[in-house]
Write a protein that binds this ligand. Sequence first.
Ligand SMILES: Cc1ncc(COP(=O)(O)OP(=O)(O)O)c(N)n1
Ligand SMILES: Cc1nc(C(=O)O)sc1CCOP(=O)(O)O
Length: 494
Amino acid sequence: MASRKKPIVWSIAGSDSGGGAGIQADLATFHNFAVHGCTVITAITAQNSFAVGHVSVTPRRTLAAQINALDSDLPADVIKLGMLADEGVVSMVAKYLEGYIGFVVCDPVMVSTSGGELMATGVCECLIEKLLPRCDLLTPNLSEAEAILNRKIKGLDEIERAAADIVALGARSVIITGGHLTARNNERHDYWTDGIEGFWLSGANIDTLNTHGTGCTFSSAIAAAIARGYDLRDALVIAKAYVSQGLRMAVQLGGGPGPVAHVGWPQRLADFPSFSRRLPALGPRPVFPSCDGELGLYPVVDSADWIARLLVCGVKTIQLRVKNLQGEALRKEIQRAVALGREYNARVFINDFWKIAIEEQAYGVHLGQEDLDVADIAMIAKAGLRLGVSTHTYYEVARAHGLRPSYIAIGPVYSTTSKQMPFSPQGVPQLRRWVGILGGDYTLTAIGGIDIKRAKEVLRTGVRSVAMISAITQAEDPEAVVAELMALHEAAAT
Ligand SMILES: Cc1ncc(COP(=O)(O)OP(=O)(O)O)c(N)n1
Ligand SMILES: Cc1nc(C(=O)O)sc1CCOP(=O)(O)O
């Protein structure tokens, strides 16, 4: 018998006879994420796109029988909680979760899109007391967050405080989603926090009436992405993209709001959110100049001597990545690199040292994700420098996308010996996926473990630039390697 490879996700939620929300939305989502969905049906609702007509809460014995049947044979990698109609259901689920060690995502379903009550009065308190402490992530919309906190959330500015207060009630983390209150700059902004750090995810404001099942789909997409091995922050980005895509593709099927569409892994950048630490300000964001065409071969070197040696060979993009100099010696190295760039009409990017790069009027700076926490991004844009940003995951791409940089670096494609990496190689298929998502809007470069042989398959993904350290700087004949790599880039461009 073949061994089990597919992750298992349970949905403990209500059935929606209309097929747009609840268990039905969860299973459609799980299928799209290639995880196996198991269900514990907590209630049967008779509903269509207009209204919830009838709710029948599952008898205790039937609820327990479903849980026991799954627990003994199909244990959950992740559990997603949806409609928990009454205190009995909440208590039984909470009891089961006492012995469960996996990740729990809870969508505190209270009211349907059509306005039907899906949680009895008083159950919210029980949920707060018994379930919240066992939730790794709670995904309330604004009105659910208001019900949990028993107060109105009056503006975008109050959302961060509300989220922190929900965490203080016991949930390990929370993301507050959607609602008219969160629209700004024609985007919708969701806020996540675990009480220690927090961030906003901003996505397109999709103008549709067909929003039935949005919350269920979002929470089950997060659960499925986590079961697939993604980190929580990546799962949030992927799930928001999945829902945006679903809203964009949604069609009206009955007379009322139609269901969110389930059309596979998100593919378009327009559906992906961007990330920001603080509430996005009203008005336009800083603008970075473009890189004036594809970057082509992109050596990353540690001295101005290397820059001089490679620019003579015709290299048109290069990065000074110095880790062992400071003070005047560092400034002199950067000054020389900038001057060489001017002399050879090449793009010279300065890694990390954005202040000196501005002072010396470099062509551009390259920043890693940690640098983004400390660099003055607006100042770099105002000085007219190009910005390149490293990315390794969905969350980091969302963060880069929030800045609209001049280029995005994707890595590591393969494992690298030039840098200690906390990330596994992304691989060529994922690079190809990134080229599909980002390539129409961003200049890209691929980095990490790429040598001449691998450069061929990397360039076949459609990426038009390969960045590399060791394949050039450790080569016996760097000039010959550079000539061959430049020819490969030229061939790929034609
Ligand atoms: C083109 C390119 N891509 C990625 C990196 C890595 O930058 P960063 O994450 O800042 O890490 P360090 O280079 O500082 O170790 C890069 N330098 N260039
Ligand atoms: C500096 C660096 N950044 C990476 C990233 O993925 O962000 S990979 C990497 C090292 C690239 O060196 P080599 O070409 O020798 O593998």
